[in-house]
Design a binder for this molecule. Structure first.
Ligand code: GLA
Length: 400
């Protein structure tokens, strides 16, 4: 999603819902996510290390008096959409109503009994910044619909449904974002094996350090014809070529660096380069988890820099502004590591910074970035939070 917005908080969303629909809604908080490392590995059955953050979308939901009608308001852009539940959602509709309609369409296709509903949403996840505002919207809405109509959809299924909605909109994404948004846990990163979909939490013990996002303010819109789907196709071509030689290869997860090297002459050089990046990035996830366990934060930082270099030169999904932000970070002794986060082509860098020197370092990075680009970057400090939920203080009871 890619739009100029204001940001609304829970109270404003609840209030707008009450004023518009004259009922008490059910409230859902759906966080955005960061990814410490493991980029573009999820759709290659690899490993990722994301976490949910304290930037959220808030969704207020209630039943519509007409069981066949949906009416949804996006508070931050002051827009609304109205549609029939049974209507077939047009594919490849990239704006926010497209996501709402895609969610309803996939729920219905899978046989879930969705009836008419009203909704209001908004929040403070910057859009087009690589922090998964669309996964927050899709997962939050499916979770909310499940609560509203007492469908009891298990979270792993919510993840698959939300992924199907993104595919329908046009992004052939993996499952990292949905798992982070749904299974996030305070102060923990999630090491997700995207082959088995098993995951393990690791405490993010970075005392004395902070995770800071620097938003380049170059907006990406992955679903709207970025190179994202093309990267996935490159990896799939490599798998198909290797599979002709070895039928046990189903994804890049089944390919060793030695095997990839030996089949290199058979592969398109660009495809080879993309696949080589994926194998190295998977290894970096493993090494990052080990380094976190030993609290070797310098090494974690170095792995972040290596990941960025791979995304910039081998996977080619960075942007000049993101490369500049990482170069500026490298000049700062107090920044242990930095890299672009999410699908790429714009958005944020994630920076691991010594807290004591943070303000001065970020100040210098901000002025240098502004000087080079004319853009003032947005500094976003993040805390790691729980995943999609009805907030504990949700005293509201939807009029079901
Ligand atoms: C986007 C996709 C994810 C993942 C990342 C890159 O966020 O939605 O599935 O592929 O890009 O790691």
């Amino acid at each position: 999603m890619n739009k100029e917005t204001t940001t609304a908080n829970a109270t404003a969303i609840l209030e707008l819902y009450r004023q518009t629909f004259g009922q008490a809604p059910l409230l859902v908080q759906a966080p955005g996510r960061i990814n410490l490392i493991g980029e573009h590995t999820d759709y290659n059955a690899g490993w990722v290390l994301p976490a949910a953050i304290d930037k959220s979308l808030w969704l207020a939901l209630g039943r519509h008096s007409d069981p066949g009608e949906a009416l949804f308001i996006a508070a931050d852009v002051a827009e609304s959409t109205r549609f029939r539940i049974a209507e077939d959602a047009p594919a490849q509709e990239h704006d926010w109503p497209g996501y709402i309609r895609a969610v309803v369409a996939v729920l219905r296709e899978k046989g879930w009994a969705v009836k008419g509903f009203n909704g209001v949403f908004g929040g403070d996840i910057p859009l087009g910044a690589g922090l998964s505002s669309s996964a927050a919207l899709c997962c939050g809405l499916i979770f909310g619909i499940s609560e509203l109509f007492q469908l009891h959809i298990p979270r792993p299924q919510i993840a698959l449904l939300a992924q199907a909605a993104e595919h329908r909109v046009g992004l052939n994404c993996g499952l990292m974002d949905q798992y982070a948004v749904l299974f996030g846990r305070k102060d923990q990163v999630i090491c997700l094996d995207c082959q088995s979909l098993q995951f393990q939490y690791y405490p993010l013990d970075i005392a004395g350090h902070s995770l800071v996002l620097v938003n380049s303010r170059i907006k990406h819109a992955l679903a709207a014809g970025s190179g994202y789907n093309a990267r996935r196709q490159s990896c799939e071509r490599v798998v198909a070529a290797l599979r002709q030689q070895d039928a046990s290869v189903h994804s890049l997860r089944d390919v060793s660096p030695a095997a990839l090297e030996s089949f290199r002459p058979l592969l398109d050089p660009t495809d080879y380069c993309r696949a080589a990046y994926v194998l190295k990035e998977n290894d970096r996830v493993r090494r990052t988890v080990e380094a976190l366990e030993k609290r070797e934060l310098e090494l974690v930082g170095e792995l972040l820099y290596q990941s960025h270099a791979g995304l910039q030169t081998e996977y080619d999904v960075s942007a000049p502004e993101l490369d500049l932000l990482v170069d500026l970070a490298r000049r700062e002794k107090s920044v242990l590591g930095a890299r672009m986060v999410g699908g790429g082509f714009g958005g944020c860098t994630i920076n691991l910074i010594r807290s004591a020197d943070k303000a001065a370092a970020l100040g210098r990075m901000t002025s240098a970035y502004r000087q080079h680009t004319g853009i003032t970057p947005e500094i976003i400090e993040v805390a790691i939070c729980d995943g999609v939920r009805r907030p504990a203080d949700d005293s509201t009871t939807a009029e079901l």
